[in-house]
Design a protein around this ligand. Structure first.
Ligand SMILES: Nc1ncnc2c1ncn2[C@@H]1O[C@H](COP(=O)(O)OP(=O)(O)O)[C@@H](O)[C@H]1O
Ligand SMILES: [Mg+2]
Length: 285
């Protein structure tokens, strides 16, 4: 078995209600070692609730959850040393520097400070290490918060909307950091309501709607599942020719190319937004 196929975590037909409201409805999926798994869904779909179940901040009503091949009810303390969490309630001390915050988090974990300079270097915060959190930009702050979740070098990282509220540049910095973690073999469970983020970062995505997974696959497979059999050509006299991805289309495309008048040829690929619309009948917000 390749390492990629080792299952680190799985949920099987998990249900959870808050009062009368069914919030997670027969939720089933698994996360494999080394992958970045995107959990995608609109606001209120149940993403944060799922992370809370997986990190034992909540308990399910029924179904099975396994973490590191053990039912989550039997998880050992040592299992929690293997995970890192970044949630919207993760916080740093405003009046302390980036570096002192990380030293503080290391001390809580009973770790030495030895890894801190290297971590700061990796996310280009080393030169700013003495900056107080209250003086940091949102992007610096989020990278520092992520470092605090990484201080014990977890093999499985839960990130709840890690780029929400960031400007595009700060968002790209976080993406760079997550790609780097992925390259180092960290398994990442990431929630997002941003389709383009899921496409950029994730090996597989689960699409959640009203607490139920409506699809789970690679972004490419999901898009191909709903790909149209259409090819568009734009000619130099601004005429657009629409044809199909088959033998009949091949003849039309060959003829057009031979005429020397083709400006562009492209197939119509749905975005993950289109995929969501096709699966749920709703626009993704
Ligand atoms: N503590 C709670 N009590 C009651 N309802 C809750 C609670 N937490 C979440 N919910 C409801 O559960 C649903 C899923 O919420 P959540 O997991 O936060 O969604 P997401 O993170 O995808 O935006 C929402 O309808 C939300 O209102
Ligand atoms: Mg949420």
């Amino acid at each position: 078995m390749t390492p990629m196929l080792t299952r680190l975590l799985m949920m099987d037909r998990v249900r959870l209600s808050f009062k009368q409201k069914l919030v997670l409805n027969d939720l089933t999926f698994e996360i494999r070692r080394g992958e970045t798994f995107g959990f995608l869904g609109p606001s209120g779909a149940g993403k944060t609730t799922t992370i809370k179940l997986l990190t034992r901040q909540l308990s399910k009503d029924s179904g099975t959850i396994e973490l590191f091949s053990r039912p989550i009810e039997n998880a050992h303390d040592a299992d929690y040393e293997r995970i890192g969490i970044l949630s919207d309630t993760s916080s740093l001390y405003e009046r302390m520097s980036i570096e002192d915050n990380l030293k503080f988090y290391a001390s809580i974990r009973g770790m030495s400070d030895a890894s801190i300079p290297g971590l700061l270097e990796r996310v280009r915060l080393y030169d700013d290490r003495k900056t107080l959190i209250k003086k940091c930009s949102k992007g610096m702050r989020q990278r520092a918060t992520l470092l605090a979740a990484l201080i014990h070098d977890p093999e499985l990282l839960f990130l709840d909307e890690p780029t929400s509220g960031l400007d595009p540049a700060a968002r790209l910095e976080v993406h760079r950091m997550l790609k780097d973690l992925h390259d180092r073999g960290t398994t990442i469970f990431l929630t997002t309501h941003d389709m383009s983020e899921a496409e950029a970062l994730c090996d597989r995505v689960g699409i959640l709607d009203n607490g139920h997974l409506v699809a789970c696959d690679t972004p490419m497979e999901l898009k191909m599942r709903f790909a149209e059999n259409r090819i568009m050509m734009v000619m130099d006299d601004a005429v657009a020719i629409e044809t199909t991805k088959d033998a009949a289309g091949a003849a039309i495309i060959a003829e057009a190319l031979e005429s020397g008048k083709v400006l562009s040829i492209h197939s119509e690929e749905p975005s993950l937004n289109d995929v969501f619309l096709r699966l749920t009948g709703k626009e993704f917000e």
